[in-house]
Design a protein around this ligand. Structure first.
Ligand code: NDP
Ligand code: 8X3
Length: 252
């Protein structure tokens, strides 16, 4: 039987990360599930252990020391991480730049950009040492096009796009693949977080159209990971059929 690859997934407690964990569990991967909500990590671990080996690391991606300590604490059998899915992230607020909240700006830059860097910093040495690995960064259509009131969230995802390209160049000598996946509207807890728990407003985001699901993105991640060794999917943008761009969405 083929050896199972070890995948570390950030933001595994919800949405795209959780769906990816569920799909990879049944497809010959061992999982390191990460997130802040320990109760969700533990219940997902219990569920997925029926299919594969699972361990968890609970940290805030804003805390570089906590990440370094958590990754260093992995038992020997878990240290050789093959795949890093940099998925943790969210939008906070949707306001014109002149009204934006500094707390929201800090959250998006600290989580989506610096958090992705901190987790990468902890994991990349394992990959460069073994001259093997695959990093998948969750970008967004918001990292390809700016939309009204998206300002800082878009900037954070443009940064993810630049970091993905930079990683692909710098890690090329080490045979490490780097992929970005850039979804449009995916119905997860994303809008609930963006609108600070206002479910009515969150639901309006997907009104009159069929959004993507976390499972749709997980399917793409699995496809990317199952490509032959010589194939590197570099940059994938995926939209619901009803969405043509950040701002053009056909609704009934
Ligand atoms: P969810 O809100 O459903 O999931 C976000 C995940 O990120 C949660 O598991 C959460 O875990 C984790 N997370 C958030 N903040 C932190 C933090 N400070 N430290 C550690 N983990 C954190 O959203 P999605 O699944 O939709 O989002 C996943 C990624 O996909 C994000 O990067 C998002 O920008 C991107 N994306 C989403 C789209 C969408 O329309 N939904 C479209 C394009 C891209 P916990 O709270 O337990 O820490
Ligand atoms: C999430 C997609 O269009 O809401 O990154 O910014 S969008």
């Amino acid at each position: 039987m083929m050896t199972k690859r070890i995948a570390l997934i950030t933001g595994a407690t919800s949405g795209i990360g959780e769906a990816t964990a569920r799909l990879l569990a049944g497809n010959n991967f061992k999982l390191i599930l990460c997130g802040r909500r320990e109760d969700r990590l533990q219940s997902l671990k219990r569920e997925l252990e029926a299919s594969t080996e699972v361990t968890t690391l609970s940290f805030d991606v804003r805390d570089q020391q906590a990440i370094a300590t958590a990754v260093a604490s992995l038992p020997a059998a878990w240290k050789a991480i093959d795949i890093l899915v940099n998925n943790a992230g969210n939008a906070h607020g949707l306001d014109p730049i002149q009204n934006g909240s500094v707390d929201d700006w800090d959250a998006m830059i600290d989580i989506n950009v610096k958090g992705l860097l901190y987790v990468s910093k902890a994991v990349i040495p394992v990959m460069t040492e073994r001259k093997s690995g695959h990093i998948i960064n969750l970008g967004s259509i918001a990292g390809k096009e700016v939309y009204p009131n998206g300002n800082v969230y878009c900037a954070s995802k443009f940064a993810v796009d630049a970091l993905t390209r930079g990683m692909r160049i710098d890690l090329n000598p080490f045979d490490i693949k780097v992929t970005s996946i850039n979804p449009g509207l995916v119905e997860t807890e994303f809008s609930l977080v963006r609108f600070k728990g206002d479910k009515e407003r969150a639901d309006l985001t997907y009104k009159g159209m069929t959004p993507l699901s976390g499972k749709d993105i997980a399917d793409i991640i699995l496809y990317v990971l199952q490509a032959p060794a010589h194939v590197q999917l570099a940059d994938i943008t995926v939209l619901p059929s009803a969405q043509a761009s950040s701002t053009v969405v056909k609704r009934s």
